[in-house]
Write a protein that binds this ligand. Structure first.
Ligand SMILES: [Zn+2]
Length: 114
């Protein structure tokens, strides 16, 4: 029998978070590459190709950088089909994401702002 005390679920989660944080710090490109591939089905190189095809700027606002310290470009995709729509800066991706990618709601937001 092991004398190692059993970790609580909270302690296990904290250890996993710390392990992930260290791994990401040690292998930033590898981590990002895996994330993009597993989440959006495209490689980091394909993502960069899409960005280049957009002229190296956000597909929505035209910003030439992701505009948040340490943040990378966002791969915008349809949540129903998974199809990649384009590459967005962080504010544009967050904005449409917070409004649930809902075209009617986004339209209402524009009406409200006018
Ligand atoms: Zn943008």
């Amino acid at each position: 029998m092991s004398s190692t005390p059993k970790l609580s679920d909270e302690e296990k989660k904290a250890r996993q978070r710390e392990y992930r944080r260290r791994y990401q710090e040690k292998h930033p490109h590898r981590h990002r590459s895996r994330h993009v591939k597993s989440r959006y089905g495209i490689t980091l190189e394909q993502r960069d190709g899409l960005l280049a095809a957009q002229g190296g700027v956000c597909a929505m606002c035209g910003a030439d950088n992701p505009r948040k310290g340490g943040m990378d470009w966002s791969v915008d995709h349809c949540h129903d089909t998974g199809k990649v729509r384009g590459i967005l800066c962080h504010p544009c991706n967050a904005g449409i994401g917070l409004l649930g990618h809902d075209k009617q709601l986004l339209s209402k937001a524009i009406q409200y702002l006018n």
